[in-house]
Design a binder for this molecule. Sequence first.
Ligand SMILES: [Zn+2]
Length: 314
Amino acid sequence: MPERVRVLYIMGWGRSGSTILDNLLGAVDGLFSMGELHYFWERSVLVGRSCGCGRPVTECEVWSKVLRAMEGSDAREIVRWQSDAVRIRHTWKLLHADPAGGAPALKAYADVTTRLYSAARDVTGARVLVDSSKRPSDAALLQLLPEVDPYFVHLVRDPRAVAYSWKRKKAQRDTAAPAEMLMHGTLNNAVNWTVWNLAADAVRRRAGRSRSLLLRYEDFVSRPRDSIASIAALVGEASAVLPFDDERTAHLGTNHTVSGNPSRFTTGPVQIRPDQQWITAQRLGDRVATTALTLPLLARYRYPLVPRAASASS
Ligand SMILES: [Zn+2]
C-alpha cells in the first residue's frame, strides 16, 4: 500500500491571513501549497481562473498533469457533491460520519478528494501538501479518508479587524473582468466568524494536539518565522529549511495556488508586518456591533473588549 498523503489543512474564516500563511508554508522545503483546493473544480476548472503561476490550470505545469490524472472527473458533478455533503453546517456530523456507508454524494466526494490529493502529491513530489481552503467541513472530511495523513492549523483573527477588512474594496486579479471581492456586512461577518471558528474548534478537538494547533493571526504576524517553524514541526518537518532571512523577512517564489486572495500572486522578498489600521480607522458602530455579536468567543481567543495597537518594539 502506498504511503498515506500528508496534508496540512488551514481552517478559519475569511480575511484572517490564510493566504500569506499559505504562501509562506509553500516556500518551506518539502511543502507544496495548493491554495484553496476546495474551489479548484468550480473556480479553476469551470470558470477558468488563473493558477498562482499566472496560467490557466489547463496550461500550468503542475495542474495540467494533475488534471490528466483525474481524467473522467466531471467538475459540475463534483461541485454538486460539495454542496450536498460538505457545507459548513455539516462539520459536526462529518466528524463522526462513515463515508463508505454514508450518502452517495459524500462517498463520491471522499473518493475524488483522495484521488486529487494523491495526484498532487505524485506530480509535485512534495512530502506535505498544504490546503488553505479554510473550510472546517472539508477538514472534518479529511479525518475520514484512510489514505490521508491529516494535520490542521486553525487560524483566528480579531473579528473587528476581519469586519474592517471585509469592508475595504479589493480588486480581483484572477478573473478576466475586474470584480470586487464579496463584501460582508457587519452582522454576516460576525455570525460567520463565530460559526466557522466553533466548527474549527470541533475539528481540532477531534484531531488532538499532536495533529492540530490554534494560531492567532496577531501572534503569527508578530512572530512569523517562529509560527512557521511550529507548523513545520507539527507536520514532522522540524528540520526543514525555512524561507526567512530574519524573523519577519521572507522570500516567496512562484507558487501554484489554485484559489485565494489576490496577494497569492506576490513573489520576491516580503516583510510581514502587523496590520493595525483598523484600530483607529474603523467606524464606531461597526466596532461596537461586532464586539457585541462575537462576545461569547472573544475571551476564548484572548481578544480584549477594547482593542489597542500593540507596541511596535517586537
Ligand atoms: Zn501553476
